[in-house]
Write a protein that binds this ligand. Structure first.
Ligand code: XIL
Length: 367
């Protein structure tokens, strides 16, 4: 499509005409979602809320259901934000995702220690994991439709990450987490979620991990590809091969945290590891005054390229969720380098659809 046509598609629609929406365009193809922050699920975001209500049929909680948010103290849960998140999704009749049960980040240190500050035993940590999963999944039973049960268990070379979960419990911590989640809500979909699975070595590790989990009887229904993408990574081919590798295992693929970083790299590796931060330089924040038109169009083409692959694999891909609503909300304004101005999503800082929005809607029509 020519740039001008993309701009016209993104422009305001004439009165009386029904504007295309993401969820409308993708109805019958796959669900389209966004990760929400508290202002959004508490309906205090006048810019974001109308977009969310109109455009998305599934939501994820950006932080509210992570261990550190919902279970900050050994004897204390903080359910209110998560309750409001779930109520918001029900009010809007959305498919509600839970993110995430077992992860090494945003998990307090006490989780892995006894009352004397010493490392827990395998049995002690399994008991704690089981309590947490039973409490959180049980509370939202029948309301949260799918859970990221384990997040980011793998290293870039496909080996197991030496997280406290792995070190203390051993490799079967994943199987246990899936068992506990399945016990707590037998009807919920359960996912393994990770980033950079488009890279061959890590993908192979994930395929092996899921194969073993299935062989051991885990009720795993899907794999989440986070999708923290760059303008040049992953390639369409890598994306297609990755989806096909998981399809061959008989699990669904969810694109769980999609965004496209348009800023210069400040870290050597392509990583979404939230601990991998870097300092900025004068050159690393070039678009504070706005995204140049040619970049805007390049981003639209890049989104079109990825959605082409997703739509081609619609029998395997059951959801595509963006990690945020407008560019101003995105974690990529602060990751991996703090205080930059990024443009990774489909709606700009004013809440207006960008050319990338039209490009994504268009892909639903042409396939
Ligand atoms: C991010 C959130 O967007 C930030 O608000 C938070 O400070 C750090 O975590 N992979 C994940 C998500 O699975 O939970 C992360 O979310 C982004 C990387």
């Amino acid at each position: 499509m020519k740039p001008l046509a993309l701009i016209m598609l993104a422009a305001a629609v004439a009165p009386g005409q029904i504007a295309p929406t993401l969820k409308g365009a993708y109805e019958g193809i796959f669900r389209i979602g966004a990760a929400l922050n508290p202002a959004q699920f508490e309906e205090r975001d006048p810019r974001g809320n109308p977009i969310i209500a109109a455009q998305f049929d599934t939501i994820s909680p950006e932080n509210a259901l992570k261990w550190g948010s919902i279970h900050p103290r050994v004897d204390g849960y903080n359910f209110e934000p998560a309750d409001r998140y779930v109520a918001f999704g029900e009010k809007h009749k959305m498919f509600i995702v839970g993110h995430c049960l077992v992860w090494h980040s945003q998990t307090p240190r006490w989780v892995f220690e006894n009352e004397n500050g010493e490392p827990l035993t395998r049995e002690g940590l399994l008991e704690r994991m089981r309590d947490h999963i039973r409490t959180v999944v049980g509370r939202y039973k029948g309301r949260i439709g799918g859970w990221d049960v384990v997040n980011e268990a793998l290293n870039e070379d496909g080996s197991m990450r030496q997280s406290p979960w792995y070190r203390i419990i051993g490799e079967d911590y994943l199987l246990k987490a899936f068992q506990f989640a399945h016990e707590a809500d037998p009807r919920a979909e359960l996912y393994y979620n990770d980033y950079s699975l488009e890279n061959e070595a890590k993908r192979k590790g994930a395929v092996e991990l899921i194969r073993k989990l299935k062989a051991a009887g885990a009720a795993i229904s899907g794999v989440g590809l986070q999708g923290h993408d760059k303008m040049d990574w992953p390639t369409a081919r890598q994306e297609a091969e990755t989806i096909e590798a998981f399809a061959a295992l008989g699990v669904k693929v969810h694109i769980t945290e999609l965004d496209i970083d348009v800023l210069p790299r400040t870290t050597r590796q392509n990583t979404a590891d939230i601990s991998a931060t870097a300092a900025g330089t004068a050159q690393s924040n070039p678009y504070t005054a706005g995204l140049p038109e040619e970049m805007q169009q390049a981003l639209a083409r890049r989104y079109a390229e990825l959605f082409e692959v997703f739509v081609q694999h619609r029998n395997t891909v059951s959801r595509v969720t963006f990690w945020g609503v407008t560019d101003g909300d995105s974690w990529l304004n602060n990751f991996p380098t703090r205080g930059r101005t990024n443009y990774p999503l489909l709606f700009d800082r004013e809440g207006k659809p960008k050319p990338a929005f039209a490009a994504v809607v268009q892909k639903a029509k042409t396939n």
